[in-house]
Design a binder for this molecule. Structure first.
Ligand SMILES: [Cu+2]
Ligand SMILES: [Zn+2]
Length: 182
């Protein structure tokens, strides 16, 4: 009888361990369905946000920002989840797991993190939805996941991207940055 309870105890513990392990795995491998990114300027002020969601085989980025210089601006995903003001150089180059050159119109391009420009209105606000078919939110284990290697950064530049000049499209200074981490 004692032996039977011992076996039962071992069996129950084993099943419990399996179950808990299953939960842990599940939590780790669930793909992210929505990511909100807080955008900060070179002075550290919040200038709005961007919401990233899956779209087709990639993502769409909804930018809702204020206090930006009017006109066209480049928007990219950069390699590191670091936004140290004022120059945001810590974010590194464009997110480029496929190892190509810069520019949506470059025959040797483009980086996974390259995207279309967006426009800021004369009053300094911008609302835009921009797609990037070459990155995913995913779980972080995919090479082109925005969470890969500890995450990435969403960057706004002072000027428009010319879509062809390697490595960064002559887009000028980095003026706002947001961290993309799990
Ligand atoms: Cu950039
Ligand atoms: Zn690029």
């Amino acid at each position: 009888m004692k032996r039977l309870s011992l076996y039962l105890l071992i069996f129950v513990s084993f099943m419990l361990a399996l179950l808990l392990n299953g939960f842990a795995q599940d939590g780790k491998s669930k793909p992210v369905k929505k990511q909100t990114v807080e955008l900060k300027d070179a002075k550290g002020n919040n200038i709005g946000s961007a919401t990233i969601k899956p779209s087709g085989r990639g993502v769409e980025v909804k930018v809702d920002a204020k206090n930006l210089p009017p006109g066209d601006h480049a928007l990219h995903f950069h390699q590191n989840a670091k936004c140290d003001p004022p120059d945001f150089k810590s974010a590194g180059p464009h997110f480029n797991p496929d190892q190509k050159e810069h520019g949506l119109q470059n025959p040797k391009g483009h980086h996974n993190g390259d995207m279309a420009n967006f426009t800021v209105k004369p009053n300094g606000t911008a609302k835009a939805t921009i797609k990037d078919p070459d990155v995913v939110l995913g779980t972080g284990s995919e090479p082109n996941s925005l969470f890969a290697n500890g995450g990435t950064a969403l960057m706004i530049h002072a000027k428009a991207d010319d879509m062809k000049t390697d490595p960064a499209g002559n887009a000028g200074d980095r003026i706002a940055c947001g961290l993309i981490t799990k």
